[in-house]
Design a protein around this ligand. Structure first.
Ligand code: CO
Length: 134
């Protein structure tokens, strides 16, 4: 059911320093920072030949990544995102398998303007999984 690895998301305490690290030290193509108020994050995209890395930093009150950064002050991998062809079909299959969908279970528009869902880390080897309709 899952297809390509769309991105790995890393929460960072200093977005500018992290973007510089990926651009200069690792020699990657790095986007400008973009505020995403609806998602409570500022993002920088690192474009790799086969996937992307999303650098995330909290934006505004109640950011979903703020508590993560409190627990992991130097940053860390926050989630991985797999592509699916049909997000509602994927949701129904996962529910039937007993997996828990986070939030109200309805797809939300993610960082790429596509419908996304998050799956409970306890059901997926301790990893927060995002599904994005490709
Ligand atoms: Co993501």
């Amino acid at each position: 059911m899952i297809g390509k690895l769309n991105h790995v998301a890393i929460v960072v305490p200093d977005l500018e320093a992290a973007a510089k690290l990926y651009r200069e030290t690792l020699g990657a193509t790095v986007s400008e920072a973009k505020d995403m108020p609806a998602n409570g994050v500022t993002t920088v995209f690192v474009r790799l030949p086969n996937t992307s890395v999303e650098l995330l930093h909290p934006l505004g009150e109640g950011s979903p990544v703020a508590s993560f950064l409190e627990r992991n002050p130097s940053g860390g991998i926050h989630h991985i995102c797999y592509e699916v062809e049909d997000i509602l079909a994927a949701r129904e299959r996962l529910k039937a398998e007993g997996a828990r969908i986070l939030g109200d279970g309805e797809p939300k528009t993610g960082a790429h303007g596509k419908p996304t869902l998050f799956l409970h880390p306890k059901d997926f080897c301790g990893t927060l999984v995002e599904l994005e309709e490709a």
